[in-house]
Design a protein around this ligand. Structure first.
Ligand code: DX5
Ligand code: ZN
Length: 231
């Protein structure tokens, strides 16, 4: 059964001058997850959040944490990420020689497993690991930085992933989109088959709107998509 469309604000894009206030607002907006970007400066040329922040968030809120590991050899960090409170751990298909083993290790740590595909990575890498997956992340930008523009051809990639899992009756697998998930792009992304939206600087944390307004705008787009489907 295809999951409902959920919202996962990217904590790395929150205003750290008042992080707790933003988290309380996100609780009031009843967002579904918090997206936790962890970067190692090697897999991506940047750094972001860390495990101590995850543990602080775990104590601060009950919103489930879904963790995006943009690190080489992520198998080194699966136990630590699970202990820090992740409900999902997403690794990159390009980040380890042992993708299937790493996905099994994630599930064995009691956490749901995700695989992220960089823009240049073809969908067929998923072919033999679909049974090990709870989530597939289609990167709409090259990972590592907020504020980028969606690569248009990624929309068709969402459609291909959607078809791949639907044809196998695995439509319970979540398709997450990450990168420039903007108010303009969301209708295209959900039309293509995305079911989890990572809200960053182009949606949830837009500078010219409050978080509540932005989450409400996303919810309206999701409702519109659903009502179009029901017609
Ligand atoms: C990309 C990051 C995301 C996202 C941020 O590596 O993982 O958190 O791009 O959102 P935007 O793209 O809207 O600033
Ligand atoms: Zn991310």
């Amino acid at each position: 059964m295809k999951p409902g469309i959920t919202i996962s604000p990217s904590v790395a894009c929150a205003d750290f001058r008042h992080l707790e206030k933003d988290i309380r607002t996100l609780e009031e907006c009843k967002v579904d997850f918090l997206h936790i970007d962890i970067m190692d400066g090697t897999f991506v040329p940047n750094f972001s959040l860390d495990f101590s922040l995850m543990r602080m968030l775990r104590e601060m809120t009950s919103i489930p944490l879904e963790c995006h590991l943009m690190v080489v050899n992520p198998e080194r960090y699966i136990a630590k990420t699970a202990e820090s409170g992740a409900q999902f751990i997403t690794i990159h298909a390009e980040s380890t020689f042992n993708v299937q083993r790493a996905l099994v290790a994630i599930r064995e740590s009691g956490v749901r497993s995700g695989i992220a595909l960089n823009p240049a990575t073809p969908v067929n890498v998923l072919e033999h690991i679909l049974d090990d997956l709870d989530m597939i992340v289609v990167m709409m930008v090259n990972p590592g930085f907020a504020g980028q523009k969606m690569i248009p051809s990624m929309l068709e990639k969402i459609t291909r992933v959607r078809k791949l899992i639907d044809d196998r009756g695995l439509d319970n697998i979540i398709i997450q989109v990450d990168g420039n998930v903007s108010i303009e792009n969301i209708p295209l992304m959900i039309e293509a088959g995305a079911t989890m939206l990572v809200g960053g600087t182009s949606s949830v944390f837009r500078i010219d709107h409050s978080i509540s307004e932005s989450v409400e705008a996303i919810r309206t787009l999701i409702k519109k998509h659903k009502s179009n489907q029901d017609q």
